[in-house]
Design a binder for this molecule. Structure first.
Ligand code: TXD
Length: 307
């Protein structure tokens, strides 16, 4: 079994390394347009295999032929944010790049699953769906796991407890309008609002919303990649192991949550078929309104796409 990662930059290369170290598949193929770079990174990773003790081969390439027959393709190609830029500023250029990438991916892995990572995430997932012509179960986006992981990591810091015991849910588009749901967050099954004051929870929600920007501001060039690569690896693992994990992912909505014809972050069941189900949780009026606002933002962006 093969997983391909398109774009051998920060997120792509780190994801390839995580996938290989976990031995999710026999072969990880890392593709980029820059000549030599994916080959160099892949060879370096493969040379770590004797020390780390993994047998997944890592192959670098500038050609999609090497990706042929991938079970999962993770797409990270494109531009990342610089300080002062929003995710939406990347729209036009990344639409061009993603259209070209997806054409090649669909041609060489017609039965595979696509996980979009490139921003603006919800819109690039739509571009992938349109260009690939795949059923929507096989085209999804990574954002919710990252946003949720940020939320969970901040709760762990605040309560000084293990991150392992913290569960959380973030819905909506991947941007400042995302909708963290503290009501559905628990610490070992105990509802978060029983453990933290509203003020503290509000502060964590706000930090989560701005979590990507916080990293961009600190790094000054480029955006986050350790947590994003971990998040996309978790999705790939759920698919190749057919583990039916329930994870927040960007999925094509067909009426769920009263929304349709757009990608949004929702809890999905991930297995070998891709998005095997979309779970609908009960939302109160405030949460519904926040989700509507987020959907409005995604729709605005969709209206700017010309394919
Ligand atoms: O939550 C999320 N979904 C995200 C999204 C979290 C983190 C990063 N997010 C987005 O992923 C970010 O805004 C960017 O749009 C992508 C990739 O971020 P990364 O930090 O990995 O960017 P890099 O390091 O600049 O890498 C991009 C690579 C780089 O090596 C380019 O040469 C390559 O993409 N690239 C291409 N590869 C193949 N084919 C084409 N056409 C191409 N164009 C650029």
């Amino acid at each position: 079994m093969k997983i391909s990662v398109i774009g051998a930059g920060h997120v792509g290369a780190t994801a390839a390394q995580r996938i290989a170290e976990k031995e999710l598949v026999n072969e990880v193929v890392l593709v980029d347009i820059v000549e030599g770079m994916p080959q160099g990174k892949s060879l370096d990773m493969w040379e770590s295999a004797p020390v780390e003790g993994f047998d997944s081969r890592v192959v670098g390439s500038n050609s999609y032929e090497d990706t042929a027959g991938s079970a999962v393709t993770i797409i990270t190609a494109g531009l990342a944010r610089k300080p002062g830029m929003s995710r939406d500023d990347l729209l036009a250029k990344n639409t061009e790049i993603i259209s070209d990438v997806v054409k090649n991916v669909a041609k060489h892995s017609p039965d595979g699953i696509i996980i979009m990572v490139t921003n603006p995430l919800d819109v690039m997932a739509y571009v992938a769906l349109q260009v690939s012509n795949f059923p929507s179960e096989r085209v999804m986006g990574m954002a919710g796991i990252l946003d949720t992981a940020r939320f969970r990591s901040f709760v762990a810091l605040e309560l000084n407890v293990s991150v392992r015991d913290i569960q959380a849910m973030v819905l909506g588009g991947h941007g400042d309008t995302m909708v963290p749901l503290p009501r559905y967050a628990t610490v070992a099954g105990i509802p978060l609002p029983d453990l933290l004051s509203k003020d503290k929870i509000d502060a964590i929600v706000e930090r989560t919303r701005k979590g990507g920007g916080e990293i961009v501001g600190l790094l000054k060039s480029g955006s986050a990649y350790y947590a994003p690569s971990a998040a996309v690896t978790e999705m790939a693992e759920a698919i190749v192991k057919d583990s039916k994990r329930i994870l927040p992912c960007a999925a094509w909505l067909k009426g769920q949550y009263g929304l349709q014809d757009l990608y949004m972050g929702v809890p999905v069941k991930l297995g070998k078929g891709g998005v095997e189900d979309i779970l609908e949780v009960d939302l109160n009026d405030e949460e519904k309104a926040a989700l509507e606002t987020s959907a409005g933002h995604v729709r605005d962006n969709l209206s700017k796409v010309s394919l």
